[in-house]
Every structure is written in C-alpha cells, then in structure tokens.
Design a protein around this ligand. Structure first.
Ligand SMILES: [Zn+2]
Ligand SMILES: [Zn+2]
Length: 483
C-alpha cells in the first residue's frame, strides 16, 4: 500500500520516467500535447501537465490488491475462464447474491463444434450472473469481462504471469492479462462489496455479470443467447468500465454517443494462374492483382465515406508465394474494417467486394473469394442521458477535473451487444485511467507513447486505479438506482 502521492511532477522526474510501445487501438487519447517547461525551469521547477489527476490519489483495500495480484498471476484465455468464474461466483455467493454459473455454456459448445469441429478440453461458457434484490426500484447490471490474452508477459511485477495454455482452438501460448480485465474484475468485486455494505443507500435490483471471451467478441453473445434478459430480471441500465492505457490513474474518461467502432474482418483470396517468374506472360500474377486491390481499397475512406463520418480499412496481412522465381496462383489479404454507422459499415463491405472483383476482372484473373466473417463486433453506443447522469455522479465523487470527455476510438468492445437486442437497454462503458501519473507526465513531456493495451509491457498502476474504479462505479450505480 502506498500513501498519498504528490500530483505535480517535476520536469526532470517526468523526463526520467519512461514509456514506450504503441498506443492502443482501443484507448482514448486523453492527453493534451507535451507540456511547456515552467519559466526558469530547472531541477526544482514544477510544471503543470494537462490531464494529470487532481487531488490525492486513492488507495485500494489491501484485500482487493491481493485479489488483483491473484487474478493477474493466473490468467485464463477466452472460453477457458473456469477458475476465474468460480472465484467470482464464490465472491457473489458470500455477499448474498443468487448466483447462476455456466451461463452461455451450451451456446459455446455448439459454436465450437460448428466452427472448429470439436469442443477442446476445458472449453465452455463460464458466464456468471448474480442477482441481489433490495426492494422495489430500477434494475442495474454491472458487467466485468474475465478473459486474458495469448501474450507473453514482460512486466517486472513480482506476480507476473508464467501461465502457458491453449486457446479454445488449440493454439498453445503464454497467457497474460494484457487488457486489464483483472482490474475490471477486481473493481467489480470491490463495487459489489461496497454496494452490499451500503445497501441502505439504494433500492432496486443489482445484477452483477462476469462475462467470458470478450477478446474474441463472443462472450456477450453467449450470455444473451442463454437468456440473460429472460431468465433474470431485465435491466434498466447496463454499465461497465475498461482500463485506459492512455490516461493516468486517478482519472476517468468517457465518450457520449458512439464510443467504440463496428469491427469487421474480411478475407480476400486473390486467384491467379501460377508459373515461372521468368515467363510472366504465361501466368496471371495474383501478387500484382492483390497489390492493385490494396491500393484501390485506400479510396474507400478517402472517396466513399462522408468526411464527417469515420472509418478505417486496414490490410493487416498480405501473403503470397514462396520463392523468387515462382509466380504463385493465389494471394491472401486479411482486412480489418471499422466504422460507427451501420450504413457506413454496409457500404464499406459492399465496396470491398466491388473493388476486389473489379480489379481481378481488369487483370483477367479468376474471381476472388471474399469472406466477411460472420462474427462482427458492433459499435458501442453510450446512451447520452445515461452517460450524463452517471458521469455527473462520478464527477461529484472524484472531483469534476478527474472526469473527462474524450473523443471516441476505432477499437471495438463486445459490451455493445448488450444494447443491440430488441430490449434496447441503454448502456455505458467508461474508461478508467491506469497509467502511473509520473509515467503519464513523462510521456506528455517527451511525446513517447506509453505501453498500450495488449502489450507484454502493460503494467497498470493498479492500487490507485482499483480504488478510483470502485469509487467511480459505486457512485454511478447508486445514482442510477434513484428513480
Ligand atoms: Zn483487449
Ligand atoms: Zn479489454
């Protein structure tokens, strides 16, 4: 445990604390530009850095810190969160919740059989739903996600993960909580404990859900398909948080309206006619066709998307051929497609097909095979009224200066699924800053990016972040219980 820390950072200290790697795709850009040194700056000079937390940093309960370290040391991959789910279910039971485990299990096993031809050992739907009735009033659902990532941990935490495991499709990998879901779960437990201890302050029904498999975009669907809104009380509001690797601990950030993007994956198999590299006139070169497709795709965002709308088309993989002097007969492009509006999404998918087919035809190549993956993550929309109410309450708790509106990002989150059903339940996911304030300040001064989410170096300043998260979530939820 550490006590209160000074919130002004000396220019020198700021420069000395380091940060590296790329900013996360799913991170708010909360920082202002690099801070200017104070007049007559020297060792003793103190500069004010935009975005730094104001007031003393909070300190988490020792038990929550221990829980965080335990979760961090024992990460589990998507659809394999058996032990994590059991731990969280046990926590809710001890608090007096009515708990249902294995929510989504049948859906996951059916999906695995359909897509991968088998259900590997340990794979299941480990969703947990806890219901606590506390008199008449609104129904509020708080969601945490449980899964870790196939990333080899490279932090200096003494409780760093050494876990090796297999993904649900059988790929062996080191495992790390590199997206902060261990912080989400710890804050979720801390919030449940606080809300039960302070149950005289609210009336209504509290639903706590622990969701599996956020990282593969399927866990929310599994829980919804298993009757999340029919077997349990139907929520009036859904709320969640996600750590931000771009904001300092002690702060919270949010976007009202669209917060995260539609995420689609498209595979294009470009067909050609292979042959000897020295006799290209006897071939149809799929690398050349593929190259023209990559270039033509750049026109979608620049010439088909309204400049006031947002979209991304990124070719993340272009694979073809094996040797200098062989023209292959196939090339493969893997594309991520991001948007907010449903009609923009459809336009992009339609035009990717048009461009790929048109380019192939132009070169006399066979028609390409184009596959849009069926599991897409829809855009996350934060209900503006809910966002305003909740963030006002959080501002009263943390100090308004520690709660900031930030622009949306093109990352994705399957929390969006909970609002995309016919029930149309308003939802809000907000960002919890987790960067050590001195490192944040240093990155603002020297412009060096901080380790992003999903980085092996992602090491949150967990103690003040957990404390801030519990205070923020508790105050938001108590506000939502007011009729
Ligand atoms: Zn993630
Ligand atoms: Zn995440």
């Amino acid at each position: 445990m550490d006590g209160e820390r000074a919130m002004k950072t000396s220019f020198k200290a700021a420069l000395m604390a380091g940060g590296f790697a790329m900013l996360a795709a799913c991170d708010p850009q909360t920082g202002a530009g690099p801070a200017a040194p104070a007049e007559g700056g020297g060792d003793a000079a103190v500069v004010s850095i935009a975005g730094m937390p104001e007031g003393p940093l909070r300190t988490a309960d020792a038990e929550l810190v221990t829980l965080y370290q335990q979760l961090h040391a024992a990460p589990e991959l998507s659809f394999k969160e058996a032990k994590t789910a059991a731990l969280l279910a046990g926590e809710l039971k001890s608090l007096g919740f009515a708990v249902t485990e294995g929510v989504g299990d049948a859906w996951v096993k059916e999906k695995s059989t359909k897509d991968h031809g088998e259900v590997r050992e340990g794979v299941g739907g480990y969703g947990v739903v806890g219901v606590f009735e506390n008199g008449p009033g609104p129904v509020v659902l708080i969601r945490a996600d449980m899964d870790a990532l196939p990333v080899p941990e490279n932090t200096s935490f003494p409780f760093a993960s050494k876990v090796l495991s297999e993904t649900w499709t059988g790929v062996e990998s080191p495992v790390m909580h590199a997206c902060g879901h261990d912080i989400h779960m710890t804050v979720w437990v801390g919030t449940a404990r606080r809300l039960i201890a302070e149950k005289s302050k609210w009336r209504g029904t509290l639903i706590m859900i622990a969701q599996p498999a956020e990282e593969i975009g399927l866990g929310a669907q599994a829980m919804l398909a298993d009757g999340l809104y029919s077997k349990f009380p139907k929520p009036d509001f859904n709320i969640a948080l996600h750590v931000s690797a771009g904001a300092p601990a002690g702060t919270v950030a949010y976007s009202s309206g669209f917060a995260l993007a539609n995420v689609d994956s498209v595979d294009i198999k470009v067909k050609g006619i292979g042959g000897h590299g020295a006799y290209p006139h006897t071939t149809v070169d799929p690398i050349l066709v593929g190259s023209h497709i990559v270039v033509a795709l750049q026109s979608l965002v620049s010439r088909n998307v309204n400049p006031l709308d947002s979209a991304v088309v990124t070719v993340g993989s272009f694979k073809a051929g094996a040797k200098h002097n062989i023209i292959p007969d196939e090339a493969e492009l893997l594309i991520t497609v991001r948007s907010y509006e449903d009609k923009t999404r459809q336009m992009l998918l339609d035009n990717i097909k048009r461009i790929a087919e048109g380019q192939a035809a132009a070169f006399g190549a066979p028609a390409p095979e184009i596959t849009v993956e069926s599991d897409f993550t829809p855009a996350t929309y934060n209900d503006p009224d809910l966002t305003e109410r909740a963030m006002k309450a959080v501002g009263e708790e943390l100090g308004a200066a520690n709660v900031r509106a930030v622009p949306p990002v093109m990352g994705g989150e399957d929390f969006s699924q909970f609002a995309r059903t016919e029930e149309k339940i308003p939802g809000l996911i907000f960002w919890l800053g987790v960067v050590e304030p001195e490192k944040y300040a240093a990155s603002q001064v020297d412009g060096m990016p901080l380790p992003s989410l999903h980085s092996p170096l992602f090491a949150p300043d967990y103690d003040p972040a957990i404390a801030t998260g519990v205070d923020a979530m508790t105050s938001a939820v108590i506000e939502l219980f007011k009729d």
